[in-house]
Design a protein around this ligand. Structure first.
Ligand code: C2E
Ligand code: MG
Ligand code: MG
Ligand code: MG
Length: 291
């Protein structure tokens, strides 16, 4: 009996496994052509001032419009690209497209342009010795001043080799770009290690934000992150804000900025422009400075 059940379980597992592996192989294969065939697109999500709702920066989030399977989320294809080294080419495309778009906004929208664009880096990109050179070359190509670019990395990018990670961060800081730790609070790096990283911004993972209203402990933790980040001179951005009551709670805890569906979903560039033009004059301090 046990043996039979074991066997049938094995069959179910095997079937869904096979489907998953087939889909992964299909995606891996099709991804090779995705850049060339212009199937990739960047969406942009506003990062706002909690006080005024003004857009301070935008995060670029990649989308893949697959000819047969429709929109595929980065959560599904970025890990595949990581496994196959395609992430380097893909990452360069994201960097170029983000800079191209930012330069275009700066020219057309002037002072309505967000003061920064945030670009996600994958673990392998971050570990690539050529990264600094690529970033610098891309900034020059599109004449974007480095202070308008923020690079986001998650904690897993420096979990295995803290020393070289810190060096990589210093190298990036040296060319003038900003750095953010993404999804903070769910990874393995300790509270104390924050002090070692030359970062400008800390983004609190949305799973923590979802807990803020439910547990006193979480509110206390967010509040201590507020104090810590203020003392270290780091910008704090809670992610995944979906409700007005979360905005109120986070403001009470001392947060000044935020990102989430409540303020706006990731959207195509044209839609973001319309969103920006609707904003009151905002936290954009000045016309972006081009290199
Ligand atoms: P992330 O960098 O932490 O980006 C935030 C994710 O949370 C985005 O998912 C965004 O759509 C989603 N999000 C924003 N606000 C809310 C909210 O209020 N509620 C909920 N439930 N979700 C919200 P997305 O676009 O699917 O991206 C997932 C992850 O894929 C990103 O997490 C990032 O790690 C990675 N990714 C996206 N674009 C790129 C890219 O260009 N390069 C690399 N290397 N990774 C990328
Ligand atoms: Mg991010
Ligand atoms: Mg995040
Ligand atoms: Mg994430």
């Amino acid at each position: 009996e046990a043996k039979r059940m074991g066997k049938s379980r094995y069959v179910i597992f095997d079937d869904s496994m096979r489907k998953r592996v087939m889909r992964e192989m299909m995606l891996e294969n099709d991804l090779r052509k995705a850049i060339e065939h212009k199937q990739l697109k960047l969406f942009y999500q506003p990062i706002v001032s909690l006080e005024s709702g003004a857009v301070c920066s935008v995060e670029a989030l990649i989308r893949w419009n697959h000819p047969r399977h429709g929109i595929i989320s980065p959560g599904e294809f970025i890990p595949i690209a990581e496994d196959t080294q395609q992430i380097i080419e893909l990452g360069e495309w994201v960097l170029r497209e983000g800079c191209r778009q930012y330069a275009d906004w700066a020219e057309r929208l002037e002072y309505q342009t967000p003061s920064m664009i945030s670009i996600n880096l994958s673990r392998k990109q971050f570990a690539c010795p050529l990264l600094v050179h690529t970033v610098q070359r891309t900034l020059e190509e599109f004449q974007v001043a480095p202070k308008h670019i923020q690079l986001e990395v998650t904690e897993d990018a420096f979990a295995s080799d803290i020393k070289s990670a810190i060096q990589a961060m210093k190298d990036l800081k040296a060319i003038g770009v900003k750095l953010a730790i993404d999804d903070f609070g769910i990874g393995r790096s300790s509270f104390a290690s924050l002090n070692q990283f030359p970062v400008d911004t800390l983004k609190i993972d949305r799973s923590l934000i979802a807990e803020v209203k439910r547990t006193k402990g979480m509110a206390a933790m967010i509040n201590s992150l507020v104090v810590l980040s203020e003392n270290l001179g780091i910008m704090l951005i809670p992610e995944g804000i979906e409700e007005a009551s979360q905005v109120t709670a986070l403001q009470k805890l001392g947060c000044h900025f935020g990102q989430g569906y409540y303020f706006g979903r990731p959207m195509p560039a044209e839609k973001l422009e319309a969103y920006l033009l609707k904003q009151p004059n905002a936290c954009f301090n000045s016309v972006p400075q081009m290199a």
